[in-house]
Ligand binder design. Structure first.
Ligand SMILES: C[S@@+](CC[C@H](N)C(=O)[O-])C[C@H]1O[C@@H](n2cnc3c(N)ncnc32)[C@H](O)[C@@H]1O
Length: 350
């Protein structure tokens, strides 16, 4: 089982059944943007413009209230991912403790610079954390994240976290490498450093050109191709991959970026039935690239479920960004709920 893949849908057969029956359901997972402040300014960041607006933080009390009602309807996990840096949220400690007490699983994407403040919270309450590193040296990190000298502290934080993780496996600690032709040469070194520290996985993905990504004022358009990236990934795999360290790489993402279109087939986006996105202004979307709003955190979760179901039926798939992370989920679900499509995958165990 690949924890970054969507085979995990097998753990939720009732969700597929509801989908088949066209019944409303509350998503299992919700991403939460705790604020728009970030202490890094990655050149390709799709939300850089939002970060330039006045600093906003999530309303703590409203969030807690919404989470407890959502949990009753079927929410099982939250991921702190969004417009800013989650560890810069002023009530991060209080929040993660309260969410843990509700029985919800937690995860986050972080740049890792402030992690030393929250070692105990991460170790005690989180299922995964993923550090957006994107470099194998201070020089490249400074340039890509537009910071001054954060790289050694981030590596030190990762090292300390892994040394303190006494059960050896939980939370899962990963590193992501968003790859642009300008940092491709540092990928191998990055994989080497983090494999030596003992992180669990290194995920390689392309920098997307959509949204604010590769904003021409800040960085040139990413010209990375499958042919240029794959040999670097294979070199790192050959030298560093082992039973405890995996390098995750999805060639279809790179192909989609270079072809500028989704390369996986499906008729309907069902991502909103599995994942909801909450922003610091209280708005909820069932599709983050399109920012398709379905309500706010003050709405009744049961009504939200109906809105989500109807909204997912009306999305214009021709406008989807090539590398939306949900293309594989939609493709997989499509092959399951669409009998004609299932046949081409020899679904009867042939
Ligand atoms: C916007 S950041 C916010 C969370 C946190 N501050 C962090 O650094 O992970 C979330 C993730 O989006 C990724 N990201 C932002 N813009 C991107 C782009 N144009 N292409 C690929 N990944 C991008 C970042 O690399 C990061 O892993």
């Amino acid at each position: 089982m690949d924890f970054l893949g969507f085979e995990k849908i097998l753990y939720h057969p009732e969700k597929l059944e509801k989908l088949r029956q066209d019944e409303p359901q509350f998503p299992v997972h919700m991403t939460i943007s705790l604020g728009n402040f970030c202490n890094h300014a990655c050149l390709w960041c799709t939300v850089y413009a939002v970060q330039q607006e006045q600093v906003r933080h999530m309303d703590y009390d409203k969030l807690i209230k919404f989470l407890s009602r959502a949990q009753e309807r079927g929410l099982r996990a939250v991921g702190y991912v969004g417009n800013g840096e989650p560890t810069a949220y002023p009530k991060f400690r209080e929040l993660t403790k309260a969410v843990n007490a509700m029985g919800l699983e937690q995860g986050m994407f972080t740049n890792g610079h402030l992690l030393d403040r929250y070692m105990d919270e991460v170790l005690n309450y989180f299922t995964y954390i993923r550090i957006s590193l994107d470099a194998g040296s201070m020089k490249v990190h400074n340039a890509m994240h537009d910071v001054k000298g954060h790289f050694p502290k981030i590596i030190g934080n990762l090292d300390a976290l892994i040394k303190k993780r006494d059960n050896g496996y939980s939370p899962t600690i990963g590193v992501q490498y968003a790859t642009h032709h300008l940092n491709l040469h540092d990928l191998y070194n990055s994989a080497r450093i983090v494999s030596e520290i003992g992180v669990d996985y290194f995920s390689v993905k392309p920098v997307f050109n959509w949204g604010g990504g590769a904003n021409p004022d800040r960085i040139e358009r990413n010209t990375l191709t499958y042919e240029s990236l794959t040999p670097e990934v294979n070199r790192a795999r050959a030298d560093f991959e082992n039973q405890n360290f995996k390098i995750m790489y999805r060639p279809h993402q790179v192909e989609s970026v270079s072809e500028d279109r989704n390369v996986l087939e499906y008729d309907r986006c069902v991502a909103g039935l599995f994942n909801l996105n909450l922003y610091e202004n209280g708005k909820l979307t069932c599709c983050s690239p399109h920012r398709v709003e379905v309500g706010t955190y003050e709405d009744d979760p049961q009504n939200l479920e109906k809105t989500i179901l109807e909204t997912t039926k009306g999305l214009d798939l021709s406008k989807c960004p090539p590398s939306c992370r949900y293309h594989p989920l939609n493709h997989l679900v499509d092959t399951v709920v669409n009998p004609e499509r299932a046949r081409q995958f020899h679904h009867n165990f042939l």
